[in-house]
Design a protein around this ligand. Sequence first.
Ligand code: M6P
Ligand code: ZN
Length: 186
Amino acid sequence: PPIDPMSVTFRSATGGMSPSGPVLSRRMSDLEGLFADTAAWQEARDGADPVVYEVASSPVPEAPGELPQSITTIHPGAVGGEFHMTKGHQHPNPQGEIYFGLSGTGGLLLFDGTTPKWIPMSPGVIGYIPPGWAHRSVNTGDEPYRFLAVYPGDAGHDYGWVLEHGMGWRVRRGAGEPQLVPFQSE
Ligand code: M6P
Ligand code: ZN
């Protein structure tokens, strides 16, 4: 059923939304096969199995014509030097998406199967994901990185594409700026 016009309040202290739809929590154990250093990933999983990121969604449904919103909070950290990140996905129904930086420092890694792109993200930055580009978010700082996402309700989430093709680059902790390392060199 269509929903009524509404406002949603962003809870800046927690990254929550009010009113809220589903809140999703991804732990280290949910991120199998993503980090290059498998031994370091297993150690983190078998230890505290920390929450790596959380996704709070507005009550807007994932339905054709709707524009659902979500706020993702990626907690700071790294696995074998590779920064905490989202699983990343491709839209099976190729449509664009908008990200807006809310707090902390991170980046938006995009991959079309040929060429990776990196968009540094911080509060106030709008990152645009064109149709056909897989996307992953990375926390490159030492505080939570948080962003708003707005996407077409029938875009969908294909996680298998990223497991099969990678994201072109891995994002590693460097002396200063984050290092973008070609995926194949791992
Ligand atoms: C953003 C949006 C969501 C996505 C979330 C986590 O909030 O792009 O659609 O689910 O990030 O990313 P992922 O689904 O790749 O784990
Ligand atoms: Zn998306």
